[in-house]
Design a protein around this ligand. Structure first.
Ligand SMILES: Nc1ncnc2c1ncn2[C@@H]1O[C@H](COP(=O)(O)OP(=O)(O)OP(=O)(O)O)[C@@H](O)[C@H]1O
Length: 694
């Protein structure tokens, strides 16, 4: 039996609150479904059903295709019978034997006589059959011709059927070999033999026959027992050559899990370069918010299948030579986190361009530049973050086992403002700049180059940070071992290598020996922008896979950043430098705020809350409950019902207002900007870790 908690529920009852305040901690509210896992599970039933459906589909397809297959078999039978007859009539076996014995000249007269005789026999048989058929036709009508034709067709079809060793078995088709193997699995077997992936006497077993899948042919085969699927992946180039396609057109995957084993390979051969079409726009543009705990949409593989990238609990290294899509890839990772208002962002852009500029409105800390002062600012943040991580571990030790079962930040902990442990993502573009900086800095009693201190701090954070909710994303143009310290590389969980200079650089990013396993990003094409090899962290099925990142041009990036700012503004999580940015905007844009709303805003500015009961507001503001409700409704802010713990500790339904709703009304109605923004400045800019009410 197991219970599945629904951690996505955002219920105020889940949040803790210090004693003496209106809301009390009642622990997480679980929504669960009891599952008796001793009974047959729906999944198994689904699998059987889908197999049954597949069998039915195959049957219908076989019936529909049978006339064509019959005609094909008859055609092959005619060709094979024709070939056999020509061999017979030209006495080829006798001629060949004479040739081999070098007695062709002696036997020539005999061969000619025999050939003439066989031609005569052929003519006599044809004449006899024709006369016989004509007589039968006269006696019994045209039906006889049909019956005779049918019998001959069936005989030819049987003669020409596809069967190991049958005549006509080796298809000799013109055109690309890719098209050929889809029609004749023998060609595929030959290609595997040609690429030395199976022996001369070995063969493949077809698991799923070739089908059309997104602009290419897909087929699944089992290798002979002595062969491994990983070797096919490793020697993809040889197989591509044997199939006469470019290696970017051939995708080879191992089939893992329940339906797979170490010798099962799925192949997909694209009709053309799969990256010649425009990249897909990021789906993040169409979502109003994202949950950072969910893997975020990162790109698509050559077959067009979605590739998602988990961010929380890991760190990411993105590397490439210039102009290959490194910043675009890092920004995609950032976009998903920006759309989660509970994520805190640190952005350091050492490229010092405008690529990251829009992030300033959401980032808790933002710096753009490549001077030593910017490196020192980064070092300052990293030290601040190390202290923060140490503090988090200390605080997690004191939390009860329900809230914090392991020494790890959970979704609930990360979203609880009282615990102050939000997911904190650190993005550093062109990380080689701070790592190479030689400015002397004090580290205890020592004076060290700033780059060394940055390297040490990043290594520490990459090692200890993930469990405490820290996500590191580093992008670099120079993945060489002098720039990225080996200790740092080793602890970065996920790697994304776009095109690099040579296999050594590729191995530095993806890991030792990855080129010998078939993953070498220096072999990617320069024209394939945004295409790279992703080596995901942890439990992913694949060792690595080639992915083209979703396309997110600057205007989409800006849209996502301003959406992230609005989300944080509404959730009250805008913090650090971003607050200053937003406050300035508010001051300039806001007009008069109605009295009742202003009073509520002021009350909330000092009483930080997600939900405030009507009774509490009415009492505190000394206004008539009914008039207040009417005024708030007019302002587009109706009350809602919410569950709060009552005096006996049990959850009760209470009428009141959500702070987020009130904030939206403020945005709509305006004026209290000065009050709001000064609160923001006071509460947040000076103390970035403090929680804000608005
Ligand atoms: N997924 C993608 N699909 C299509 N084009 C892309 C994709 N990703 C990046 N590009 C293109 O590649 C170009 C270079 O991208 P980007 O600026 O991210 O490169 P970079 O590696 O960061 O370069 P530099 O090292 O010079 O900063 C972009 O202008 C963009 O048009």
């Amino acid at each position: 039996m197991s219970a599945e908690p629904n951690w996505d529920v955002e219920d105020p009852a889940m949040t803790t609150r210090a004693s003496g305040r209106a809301i009390e901690h009642v622990g997480p509210v679980l929504e669960g479904q009891l599952i008796d896992d001793t009974l047959p599970q729906p999944q198994r039933r689904e699998r059987t059903e889908s197999r049954r459906r597949q069998v039915a589909k195959d049957f219908v397809a076989a019936v529909v295709r049978s006339p064509l297959r019959f005609l094909g078999a008859v055609f092959r039978g005619v060709l094979a019978a024709g070939r056999l007859w020509r061999r017979w009539v030209s006495v080829r076996d006798y001629r060949e034997a004479a040739e081999q014995a070098e007695k062709l000249a002696d036997k020539f007269a005999d061969i000619r006589a025999l050939t003439l005789f066989r031609w005569k026999v052929t003519g006599a048989v044809l004449a006899g059959v024709s006369i016989g058929l004509a007589v039968l036709d006269l006696l019994y009508g045209v039906l006889v011709l049909w019956v005779a034709g049918g019998v001959v067709a069936v005989a030819l079809a049987v003669f020409g059927r596809r069967k190991e060793g049958s005549p006509g078995r080796k298809a000799v088709l013109s055109g690309s070999r890719t098209a050929t193997w889809t029609m004749d699995p023998d060609v595929l077997v030959e290609a595997f033999r040609g690429a030395k992936l199976i022996g001369k006497d070995e063969t493949l077993r077809l698991v799923e026959r070739a089908t059309r899948v997104s602009g290419g042919w897909a087929v699944t085969v089992d290798l002979p027992a002595t062969r491994k699927a990983s070797d096919v992946i490793k020697n993809r180039d040889a197989l591509a050559s044997a199939l006469a396609v470019d290696e970017v057109q051939l995708i080879v995957d191992r089939v893992r899990g329940a339906g797979g084993h170490a010798g099962r390979v799925s192949l997909w051969v694209s009709d053309r370069d799969p990256y010649s079409t425009p990249a897909v726009r990021t789906p993040l543009l169409d979502v109003s918010r994202w949950d950072a705990w969910k893997p975020l949409p990162f790109g698509r593989d050559a077959r067009g299948r979605r590739v998602d990238l988990p961010m929380v609990g890991t760190s990411l290294l993105v590397a490439a030579i210039p102009r290959q899509g490194k910043t675009f890839a890092a920004r995609l990772a950032a976009a998903g986190l920006i759309l989660d208002p509970h994520v805190r962002l640190y952005v350091a852009d050492f490229k010092a361009g405008k690529d990251w500029a829009a992030a300033a409105q959401v980032a808790h800390r933002f710096v753009a530049g490549d001077e030593p002062e910017h490196v020192l600012a980064l070092l300052e943040w990293l030290r601040e973050l190390i202290a923060e991580v140490q503090g988090r571990y200390r605080r997690m030790r004191d939390l009860d086992d329900v809230v914090c079962p392991e020494s790890k930040v959970t979704p609930v902990i990360s979203r609880d403002p009282d615990l102050g442990m939000p997911i904190t993502a650190v993005f550093i573009d062109e990380v080689q700049v701070p790592l190479d900086d030689r400015s002397p800095v004090k580290d205890g009693d020592r004076r060290l180059p700033a780059g060394e201190c940055v390297g040490e701090a990043l290594t520490w954070l990459a090692r200890k940070g993930p469990a405490a909710g820290i996500v590191l994303v580093l992008a670099t143009q120079r993945p060489d071992s002098q720039t990225i310290p080996p200790g740092l590389r080793a602890v970065l969980g996920s790697r994304f290598a776009l095109r690099v200079m040579d296999w050594r650089d590729s191995n530095i990013v993806l890991g030792d020996q990855m080129n010998t396993r078939g993953f070498d990003s220096s072999r990617l094409l320069a024209s394939h922008k945004g295409v790279g090899i992703l080596r995901p962290d942890g439990d992913a099925d694949e060792v690595a896979l080639t992915v083209r990142t979703d396309y997110m041009p600057n205007e989409d990036w800006q849209t996502i950043c301003s959406r992230g700012r609005d989300l944080r503004w509404a959730a009250g999580t805008l913090s650090g430098q971003a607050v200053g940015e937003v406050a300035d905007r508010v001051i300039t844009s806001v007009q008069k705020l109605p009295e009742s709303l202003l009073a509520v805003v002021e009350y909330l500015a000092v009483n930080d809350r997600k939900f405030v009961p009507t009774a509490e507001l009415v009492g505190a503001l000394g206004i008539d409950a009914r008039t207040f409700a009417e005024q708030m409704s007019e302002l587009g802010c109706p009350p809602t019902r919410h569950r709060l713990p009552g005096s006996d500790g049990r959850p009760q339904q209470v009428r009141g207002y959500l702070a987020a709703e009130i904030r939206r009304a403020v945005e709509r109605n305006g004026r209290a900007a000065d009050c709001v923004s000064s609160n923001l400045r006071r509460g947040s800019v000076q103390n970035p870790t403090a929680r804000k009410s608005l």
